[in-house]
Design a protein around this ligand. Structure first.
Ligand SMILES: Cc1cc2nc3c(=O)[nH]c(=O)nc-3n(C[C@H](O)[C@H](O)[C@H](O)COP(=O)(O)OP(=O)(O)OC[C@H]3O[C@@H](n4cnc5c(N)ncnc54)[C@H](O)[C@@H]3O)c2cc1C
Length: 412
């Protein structure tokens, strides 16, 4: 046996798990395919020091595992500007962009939608129905259905028809009023990952893709042919990736839905959107979807607008070779003068990234109930960790909680 534990994946789940195991005195190695840690937490620093997030961006005020790691690593937090009025979010529909409150039926319809969402519960009763069903039942205006549909795509990175009411209820019940998307980490969220990795030091092997796992024997074959064997394995990779490493993966795990899409962040020499009384947030009926300012809590003349391209149409748009130019052109349409100020661009396509194959888990009808047993059982010598295995699925909080939970199970 070469190691007590092999952890596959140096995202937040794998790093948290390995750090706890190492602290308990176990011999642990973390195998990471990429040449960096952090996985779907991946920050970018522009030439002038401004930062954008290519993956996860926000920490909710009740994400206690994330916040305790922030405190443990001594990282500074930036609180988002709460004085910005959500009413200034622009709605770009039918080629015309105006502040949301100027659309006569939209705000009351949106309130009805939010009320209906709050009536759902994360129970079996809501397992089979989708958010698409709920939208239809409410009989909302066409405009509201289009824009709420886009908002659902932003949140889940899949369309309403592919999100179960059960899963949506769970996400909503985890989001406490006033706490949603409250903080960013100053200098970039990936300081969370690098902080944990520093503690693990030589135990993290970068550039080491795993090609196959055999849970029955605890063996792991690397892409270069090397075979490692351990008493226990932890697979902390997204399920679409795991399905390629583990030929016998149970079908109910392979069926779990994943949001798809990516982000393009563009730095502008000046925050031109403010000239138009906008905070930069735009929800569009076009396939690029959703735009917001990532630097609202950062100083400097320049500012970064981030475009989240989500769901099937957004993911297809994101993969186009000309998508960056099109995002800049769309921004020019919304805020004339922007194009001449556009500078560095950062483009991340999570769907086509072989080490992610998607953005984050999103459980469709029947998928939550069907997958729970397999997600939480030990398969031979292998445990599963990662955001998809937790009640806070889809979030960094879920990733960290899962890592802690599996480390505790192993040391017990
Ligand atoms: C666009 C986007 C926006 C998001 N926004 C937010 C947000 O605002 N707030 C929030 O809380 N969460 C957000 N998330 C979700 C959050 O990023 C994830 O839930 C979390 O980072 C997942 O961590 P993980 O450890 O489970 O998986 P990952 O971070 O995916 O880690 C898995 C690791 O395994 C590695 N790996 C994969 N295959 C192999 C292999 N064969 N061999 C070895 N290593 C391998 C990968 O390289 C990766 O490092 C967002 C995600 C995306 C994509």
């Amino acid at each position: 046996m070469q190691h007590d534990v092999i952890v596959i994946g140096a995202g937040l789940a794998g790093l948290r798990c390995a750090t706890d195991l190492a602290a308990a005195g176990l011999d642990v190695v973390v195998l990471e395919a990429r040449d960096r840690v952090g996985g779907r937490v991946f920050s970018h620093t522009f030439a002038d020091g401004q930062v954008c997030e290519r993956g996860a961006e926000f920490i909710d005020g009740n994400h206690s595992e994330v916040l305790s790691l922030v405190a443990d690593l001594g990282l500074p937090l930036a609180e988002r500007d709460r004085t910005l009025d959500p009413g200034v979010t622009m709605v770009d529909a039918g080629g015309r962009a105006v502040p949301m409150h100027l659309h006569a039926n939209l705000v009351p319809d949106w309130e009805r939608w939010e009320h209906a969402l709050e009536q759902l519960a994360p129970t079996d009763e809501f397992e089979q129905a989708t958010l698409g069903d709920l939208l239809r039942e409410l009989g909302l205006s066409v405009m509201a259905r289009v824009m709420i549909g886009r908002d659902i795509r932003t949140e889940f990175m899949l369309p309403p028809e592919e999100v179960s009411q059960r899963y949506a209820a769970q996400v909503v019940s985890n989001q406490l009023s006033g706490q949603r998307e409250r903080f960013r980490v100053v200098g970039g969220l990936d300081r969370l990952a690098s902080g944990l990795a520093e503690r693990l030091a030589h135990r993290v092997r970068l550039g080491t893709p795993v090609a196959e796992v055999t849970p029955a024997t605890g063996s792991v074959r690397l892409a270069d042919g090397e075979v490692l064997v351990a008493g226990t394995m932890v697979a902390a990779v997204p399920l679409p990736v795991l399905s390629r490493l583990w030929p016998e993966m149970p079908l109910e795990l392979g069926a779990v839905g994943y949001g798809i899409g990516g982000k393009i962040s563009v730095q502008y020499a000046r925050r031109v959107w403010r000239d138009y009384g906008s905070d930069g947030s735009v929800l569009s009926d076009r396939s690029w979807g959703h735009l917001w300012e990532t630097t609202d809590d950062q100083s400097g003349d320049a500012g970064v607008l981030t475009c989240l391209m989500a769901s099937h149409d957004g993911a297809a748009f994101c993969a186009l070779p000309e998508s960056q130019d099109r995002v800049v052109n769309e921004t020019e349409r919304l805020f004339p003068g922007a194009r001449g100020l556009a500078g560095a661009r950062v483009h991340t396509d999570w769907t086509n990234d072989p080490w992610s194959l998607g953005a984050y888990s999103c459980f469709g009808p029947g998928q939550w109930a069907a997958s729970q047993a397999a997600l939480h059982t030990q398969h031979g010598r292998m445990w599963l960790a990662g955001e998809h295995t937790d009640g806070f699925a889809g979030f960094m909080e879920g990733a960290l909680r899962s890592g802690r939970r599996i480390a505790a199970a192993i040391t017990a």
